[in-house]
Design a binder for this molecule. Structure first.
Ligand code: ZN
Ligand code: ZN
Length: 462
């Protein structure tokens, strides 16, 4: 109830008494207000992603560009009031894309295609490889082929993928890239080209990591843009004769180089309580500026941590982990877990799915700590977030939470646009929708604010 000045006057209270009427705001109210403010204006997440994409640009894992990204992030975290900001270096095996990437049909329908090397691809040498390209179909069809059946050939692998809010088609289509070239190499292929694992129709190939099993020598492996893959598939339909492709890719292995994780903290008032860990990754593929993947993620987690601290010092420390070298093999996530395994984390969360709105909240303690799960679900409902039934498993950068078997929360983002942009030259700042980004930061602020002020064990509620 509001007390009007007229009512105060009627009570004949001296005006000075007004200053002493302080109604203490509860922590929950202050956190909620901070989340609501983020919904109106989130300058900080935008500032991070604009800054790193503009002043650093692409940040290929293990290279000097990624090192510049780390230095930039350290300065940014310090400038924005984070404590204990540090780089935690680690060694990694580094692959770089080289400067030649072309795929051309030599016969029967000569023309050039747009291709990008896949991470882990071998080099064709600058002279390229000219060979018959064979349509092997999907990964499952490829796997069923006889050993030696692709000897001397370039394998072409296809898949089916459409946009989905939960991005689930990535799981169906991804193996074309993750394991396709390795299986083709086992069947004798001299090289592999895949239909890009993506959902757009631009002439932008989608790169990403390609794995080769132990004992299988990596071969050259590239992704064709989706329109070019469609063109090649039409060629297979229109000719019975062989199709010859010239593929040139010149990636290099640099051997062991240094990368590093960047950490920073909002220090809590009770150091005996395990911290809340918020993760993202700082590296990107070379071909875009890593705005969606994953500059936005680092901006979101840092902005949320800061917004929670603006609501008053939290009980628990909030630690941000900007992991290094995620794209080429989760090097930073693994190194962080190895270095900190004996330091308990209360709960781990990761942001690495673009900058669009959060639509679903999931935890892995829905059954063990229903009171906290439900409190969070109720608190984010006003931002249009649903209460997910699935058990959260966390993203790539929170290996430590899985290794410690601790609490995990997944804040699921709308992935409808994500695979139009993922790992392409189109992953740039202009693709970020500021309104959706603000909703995202508001939800993160609300969730992190509750977690960081929770006195009980988050996983078990005791
Ligand atoms: Zn990512
Ligand atoms: Zn990625």
């Amino acid at each position: 109830m509001k007390t009007s000045l007229f009512a105060l006057a009627a009570l004949s209270l001296p005006v000075s008494a007004l200053a002493q009427v302080v109604i203490p705001e509860s922590t929950a109210t202050r956190v909620a207000a901070s989340a609501d403010r983020a919904l109106e204006s989130d300058a900080l997440a935008w500032d991070f992603v604009e800054g790193i994409t503009t002043e650093v640009g692409p940040r290929q894992a293990g290279t000097e560009a990624e090192a510049r990204g780390r230095e930039w992030a350290v300065k940014w975290l310090k400038a924005n009031g984070f404590d204990n900001v540090a780089i935690e270096p680690f060694e990694m095996e580094t692959w770089v894309p080289g400067d030649q990437a072309s795929a051309g049909i030599v016969s029967p329908f000569p023309q050039s295609f747009v291709v990008a090397p896949l991470g882990g691809s071998a080099s064709t040498g600058p002279e390229g490889i000219t060979a018959e390209v064979v349509n092997v179909g999907t990964v499952a069809e490829l796997a069923a082929m006889a050993d030696g059946s692709l000897t001397g050939k370039i394998a072409y692998i296809t898949h089916y993928m459409t946009p989905a809010q939960d991005g689930s088609h990535y799981g169906f289509a991804g193996p074309a890239r993750w394991v396709g070239s390795g299986i083709a190499a086992q069947k004798g292929a001299v090289a592999t080209v895949i239909k890009s694992v993506g959902t757009d129709y631009h002439r932008n190939p989608h790169t990403g990591g390609a794995g080769f099993p132990e004992g299988v020598k990596p071969t050259p492996a590239g992704a064709l843009s989706l329109p070019d893959a469609a063109n090649l598939e039409r060629m297979f339909e229109r000719t019975q004769g062989p199709i010859t492709m010239k593929l040139t890719l010149t990636p290099r292995d640099l051997g062991t180089t240094m990368s590093g994780n960047v950490v920073g903290e909002i220090v809590g008032s009770d150091p005996s309580l395990p911290p809340v860990l918020l993760a993202c990754h700082i590296d990107s593929w070379w071909n875009g500026t890593g705005a969606f993947d994953d500059g936005a993620g680092c901006g979101i987690v840092a902005a949320a941590a800061k917004a929670v601290s603006d609501a008053g010092q939290p009980l628990r420390t909030i630690r941000v982990l900007f992991a290094g070298a995620e794209e080429t093999g989760l090097w930073g996530s693994k190194a962080y877990s190895a270095a900190h395994l004996d330091e308990p984390v209360a709960v781990g969360l990761e942001s690495d799915f673009g900058a669009d709105r959060i639509w679903k909240f999931e935890s892995n303690f829905r059954e063990a700590n229903p009171a906290l799960h439900n409190r969070i679900a109720r608190a984010v409902a006003r931002f249009g977030v649903s209460n997910g039934m699935a058990v959260a498993t966390g993203g790539a950068d929170i290996n430590i939470a899985r290794d410690q078997k601790t609490a995990i929360i997944d804040l699921q983002q709308d992935g409808t646009r994500y695979f139009d942009l993922h790992h392409t030259p189109d992953d740039t700042l202009d693709k970020i929708d500021p309104v959706q980004l603000r909703q995202n930061v508001a939800v993160w602020t609300q969730v992190v604010g509750i977690l960081a002020n929770e006195p009980n064990d988050i996983q078990a509620g005791e």
